[in-house]
Design a protein around this ligand. Structure first.
Ligand code: AMP
Ligand code: MG
Length: 388
């Protein structure tokens, strides 16, 4: 049995050869860059107008209006002192422009432009190089591409990016009692649901599963299923069959497949019978079958590994502290992850903390953490991971 910190440390300490690939810009969201990005030119590349209005040469309140320049116009215009042109947002400002006056503060009569106020030097001009200068490191290797990063890469003309590959994930569910939703079931059987939480959580964080297999509680079937699943993935997530029951064959099957145990059993609630192992460059998590345990373990342990395998520097869900709405004492005898909801900045621990209780987890939006024996009074800060 290991502590939560030890288990997370073992995951974090894994030495991994990261794979890289070239991806189209539009399919790079959530990937980490495998190389620094250097700006090939200044951004913006030319001084341009921040407003619809008038580009002014010299600082006056009256100008001769000599033309117009719209966004995308390539003609080079040069203004003489006392001249102005009509200009639109994003258009390149003519040479000798000193300021742009927004159109709301102007009037035009014949070919003369009148300003309501004196312009100020540089006003409403977005300067060349104002965001980035040529040769500058825009992003360092490891930067995770969020939507504005994709925009920035696009604005540098990049249609493809070199990124760290994401791991291929396979899922195995175990249990004689499990029936696929939509199929008829017999007395004593239940519908298989963990794989939907796992594949959903994978999707939630930009991962996907490659293969999903349901295996009966049978040693040979489990061993064969694990062998097949391991062939086509980097991370194998198994649900159930890892506890101490007579029908729990996963641990032995992993051993027989040459998977080395890195830890088994974590001093926590829920999710004590959690297994983590490795075979060469492939990793296996065997999650407890109880639905809330299995998903909790995904968020706390599987996600950091997936992030690490994706080249992320910071892995897993960050922990935030919020005030708790009510008193709470952890009497479970183990450090605990609690199904909780945060609303209006306050955390409420929900009814239904059992390992099987997925309904409370479904209605909540955070996993709150309390140490063994920790006692909180209303308003105390409680550690939380936001899960939806
Ligand atoms: P196990 O860890 O296999 O002993 O399973 C513990 C509990 O979780 C049992 O009540 C199982 O029926 C339930 N369970 C295991 N796997 C699943 C699953 N994939 N979907 C829903 N419930 C499951
Ligand atoms: Mg089982």
């Amino acid at each position: 049995m290991v502590t939560i910190e030890e288990a997370l440390g073992i995951i974090e300490d894994q030495k991994i050869d990261l794979k890289t690939e070239v991806r189209p810009l539009e399919a790079s969201l959530g990937y980490a860059l495998s190389k620094n990005i250097i700006s090939p030119f200044d951004v913006p590349e030319f001084d341009n107008s921040a407003m619809d209005g008038y580009a002014l040469s010299g600082l006056y309140q009256e100008y001769r209006l000599v033309g117009e320049v719209a966004a995308g116009d390539s003609t080079i215009i040069s203004l003489n002192d006392g001249e102005a042109v009509r200009i639109f947002t994003g258009a390149k400002v003519p040479e000798n422009t000193m300021a742009v006056m927004m159109q709301e503060k102007t009037s035009v009569k014949d070919k003369t432009l009148f300003l309501d106020e004196m312009p100020k030097v540089g006003q409403n001009i977005r300067k060349k190089g104002g965001q980035l200068v040529e040769g500058q490191v825009v992003f360092e290797k490891g930067h995770i591409l969020n939507p504005p990063s994709l925009a920035l890469m696009g604005s540098l003309g990049r249609s493809e990016l070199e990124v760290f590959s994401k791991p291929r994930v396979n899922i195995i569910t175990t249990g004689n009692e499990l029936v696929k939703p939509g199929q008829p079931k017999l007395e004593g059987q239940i519908y298989e649901s963990n794989s939907y939480a796992i594949s959903g959580a994978l999707q939630q964080f930009g991962f996907e599963h490659h293969q999903k297999t349901q295996i009966q509680d049978d040693f040979e079937a489990t061993k064969a299923g694990i062998q097949t699943a391991l062939e086509s993935c980097d991370v194998l997530i198994i649900s159930g069959g890892i506890s101490v029951g007579d029908y729990d064959f996963v641990k032995q099957s992993l051993e027989e497949n040459g998977v080395n145990e890195l830890f088994y059993k974590v001093f926590q609630k829920p999710g004590k019978p959690l297994y983590f192992g490795r075979k060469d460059n492939k990793f296996v998590f065997a999650l407890p079958g109880n639905p809330a345990s299995s998903l909790t373990c995904f968020y706390v342990y599987v996600l950091p590994l997936l992030h690490k395998l994706s080249g992320y520097r910071r892995t897993g869900l960050p922990t935030y502290q919020f005030p708790i709405k009510h008193g709470y004492e952890n009497r479970f005898g183990r450090p605990s992850f609690l199904k909780a909801a945060i609303l209006d900045g306050k955390v409420e621990v929900l009814d239904g903390q059992g390992s099987s209780m997925i309904q409370s987890m479904a209605k909540g939006n955070v996993l709150a953490f309390v140490d063994d024996g920790e006692k909180l009074t209303a308003g105390d800060l409680i550690r939380c991971k936001l899960i939806s």
